[in-house]
Design a protein around this ligand. Structure first.
Ligand code: ZN
Length: 78
């Protein structure tokens, strides 16, 4: 695979994903991804993208208070 933006080479890496929705901030850490060596753009596989959606859905249900939820992908996906 090559980078969609700069045609750089991708390498296996991990990244974090942050989503804010209303009062809930969800931070998912240690997500496996492909990262561009040149521009740093990250790419998720379909399976990982679906799992991220699952994690976000469940995390949003935890509380309606102002909340920051940190999820470790490697544990949530296990
Ligand atoms: Zn790139």
């Amino acid at each position: 695979m090559i980078c969609h933006f700069c045609k750089g080479e991708l390498e296996t890496s991990t990244t974090e994903y942050i989503e804010k929705q209303g009062n809930v901030v969800v931070i998912i850490e240690n997500i496996p991804c492909e990262k561009c060596k040149q521009c740093g753009e990250t790419y998720f596989s379909t399976a990982v993208a679906e799992k991220i959606n699952d994690i976000l859905d469940s995390a949003k249900n935890i509380s309606s208070m102002l909340t920051v939820t940190v999820v470790d992908y490697s544990k949530a996906a296990a």
